[in-house]
Design a binder for this molecule. Structure first.
Ligand code: WAQ
Ligand code: MG
Length: 617
């Protein structure tokens, strides 16, 4: 087969923008030229004012397998260059610090510095330009999206050819693309070692050194080989991972953005001895001996998992017992339990409304309510936070719908403020809308004996009384209580109930025991209320004025990174207080969120208040 080397160079105002090398069959020259030219024209660095395409007859190419690739993950350029140093030493080079210093001199060169690895003499015939490796390609490069620049695949091809050149014993490279901070060290023995970070983002420096060992009179042949000898590199891993790698680019870039916006989150295990002021276990029942042994005994009696969905084989006696108990506690005719509170909200809303219906939702409702609204397919109208006048105005415009549903948190999880339930119910009634209230943060907290908002206000119940087992009840799961018909409807229609393995008996029995304790010891609720009052007063003593209707005490910081910094200072002082940021709350309204528990001692609350005040200064 007759082959051609095709080289493309594109520049703008004399500055290099992009270049590429192909070795293709003569009949593929036209389409190769077309794709390289279109690649040059659409380069992200800008559109070139000069494109040079050179097509030369090629001799028979050498075919050599790609160097083996390994990635060295580092997080800073300093670490990256330390790895370069170690790798060069491993490969038998000794003057690594001097090589590193010389590398900077390549930044202005178009080609590579050719350096004697031992004497550090510079051997390239033209110092300004350097030596350029050309006449190379990956096998099957045409098939693998030839028009797209891929640093990785092209660098492996170049590095493989370079290590095949007579006298060459190593290479160091750093990309000159300001957005691409990766480079590599290559030798025959090390293979191609990618080093993920060699410079800061935005830095346009880049360069290459080819390390040479051999007699001076052989240098000319090395240069000829690098610049003229056609080489086809087979088995380039990047070419076949290309699509997947590029797919990951967007993901990795977004992760970087999350980090740089101060919005990075991680899961962590609370160290021992830390005062936990972030827990929703408001009554300390998650660790109550009676609750724990009820859960443990249920696991022993019924198994660790249920093995089936509720409507198939997953229902066990503890599920039904808890549902009856919740119904009577909430003053409903029936109740239905879900595996999580999130699923209870999504399950209830998506079952109750759909296309042709409308749902009105408070602007600060919990994400699980928002998701339920979105997933339902109903029209969603958001009203201003706790603004009953706005709700009424908007609801009064919702005539021609099949169903109207109004949904609100009872206590708002990030602000600790509360729905004025009587007004809410009155508006819903007058406009013939279903009312739904999420009592996740009010059950066990609000009302003289912890029954929630209806108890506090001495008013009626919403149609859909949603709540959770995961907070004051110290267990895990969610529920909806209401009329027998509503609950039956959810059992028939709500997909997170139907298509989900039944929650484990331990969670059911634990919640059931906690509910019994709440009924028999309403003093727990009073103790919680006193703790909240005490804590708010302590903060006031230290000059921080905050307010809450619940056990959630928000302390607004504003800036995301400052909130995180406060939270980590508090962690160092032994207090786990979470920083709440976007997207949980609006951007610029980051806060420390303290959740008070009846289990907190006065001493712990007093020292927490003083620690919070001191990080605020
Ligand atoms: N021959 C010799 N030197 C060259 C050549 C060449 N054909 N092309 C570029 N250089 C020199 C020049 O000084 C550049 O500034 C420097 O090398 C870097 O070139 O994820 O993109 O084309 O594993 O920016 C490596 C990491 C990417 C890839 C390399 O090099 C990975 C890269 P760039
Ligand atoms: Mg480049």
């Amino acid at each position: 087969m007759v082959l051609s080397c095709v080289k493309m160079r594109a520049s703008l105002n004399g500055a290099h923008i992009s270049g590429a090398e192909r070795i293709v069959a003569v009949r593929d020259v036209p389409k190769t030229v077309a794709s390289l030219v279109s690649r040059a024209l659409s380069h992200e660095k800008g559109s070139p004012d000069f494109i040079n395409v050179k097509v030369e007859a090629s001799g028979d190419p050498r075919r050599i397998p790609a160097l083996k690739v390994a990635t060295e993950t580092v997080s800073t350029p300093e670490e990256g260059w330390l790895r370069v140093d170690e790798l060069l030493r491993d490969a038998g080079f000794s003057r690594t610090a001097e090589i590193r210093a010389l590398f900077r001199e390549t930044y202005s060169m178009r080609g590579a510095m050719l350096l004697d690895a031992d004497t550090l003499e510079r051997l390239e015939p033209n110092r300004e330009r350097g030596v350029r490796a050309t006449c190379m390609d990956a096998a099957d490069s045409l098939a693998a999206a030839a028009g797209v620049k891929d640093h990785y695949a092209e660098a492996i091809v170049l590095a493989t050819k370079v290590q095949d050149a007579p006298g060459i014993v190593g290479e160091i490279c750093m990309s000159d693309d300001p957005d691409y901070v990766t480079g590599y060290v290559a030798t025959k023995s090390l293979g191609y070692r990618r080093i993920t970070v060699l410079k800061q983002k935005g830095d346009p420096s880049g360069g290459r050194i080819f390390l040479y060992r051999g007699p001076r009179e052989a240098v000319a042949e090395t240069v000829r080989f690098l610049e003229r000898e056609p080489v086809i590199v087979t088995d380039v891993p990047a070419l076949f991972r290309k699509v997947a790698e590029r797919r990951m680019d967007g993901i990795l870039a977004e992760l970087d953005d999350i980090r740089s916006d101060g919005l990075w989150r991680e899961t962590r295990i609370l160290p021992e001895g830390v005062v936990n002021l972030s827990s929703n276990d408001y009554l300390g029942l998650a660790n109550d001996e009676r609750v724990k042994s009820a859960a443990a005994n249920a696991a022993l009696a019924y198994g660790a998992g249920t093995g089936g969905s509720r409507l198939v084989t997953g229902t066990q006696p503890p599920h039904e017992k808890l549902e009856r108990h919740l119904a009577s506690f909430k003053g409903g005719e029936a109740a239905i339990v879900y595996s999580t509170g999130y699923m209870a909200n999504v399950g209830a809303i998506t079952a109750l409304v759909g296309r042709g219906d409308v749902v009105l939702s408070d602007a600060l409702n919990h994400a699980s309510i928002i998701d339920g609204c979105r997933m339902s397919g109903a029209e969603v109208i958001v009203y201003r936070h706790l603004d009953m006048a706005d709700l009424e105005t908007k609801l009064s415009r919702c005539r021609g719908y099949r169903r109207r549903l109004v949904v609100s948190d009872g206590v708002f999880s990030m602000d600790g403020d509360m729905l004025p339930l009587p007004a809410f119910l009155d508006i819903c009634r007058r406009h013939d809308a279903f009312s739904m209230v999420d009592e996740a943060h009010s059950l066990g907290v609000v009302g003289a004996t912890g029954h929630g908002l209806s108890e506090l206000f001495g008013c009626g119940h919403p149609d859909i009384m949603m709540g959770t087992l995961s907070k004051a009840l110290g267990s895990q799961g969610g529920y909806v209580a209401g009329s027998a018909a509503i609950v039956e409807y959810l059992r028939q229609r709500s997909r997170p109930f139907i298509f989900n393995t039944a929650p484990c008996a331990a969670a059911m029995a634990g919640a059931d025991a906690a509910l019994s304790i709440l009924e028999s010891e309403p003093s727990l609720v009073e103790r919680l209320r006193e703790n909240v009052r005490f804590f708010v007063d302590e903060l006031a003593h230290h000059g921080l004025s905050v307010s809450t209707d619940s056990a959630i005490v928000p302390i607004i910081v504003g800036d995301e990174e400052r909130a995180v910094a406060c939270s980590s200072k508090l962690a160092k002082a032994g207090f786990a207080i979470s920083a709440i940021r976007y997207p949980t709350v609006a951007k610029g309204s980051a806060r420390l969120r303290v959740a008070v528990s009846s289990a907190h001692s006065r001493e712990a609350l007093a020292s927490a208040a003083s620690a919070i005040a001191s990080v605020f200064r």
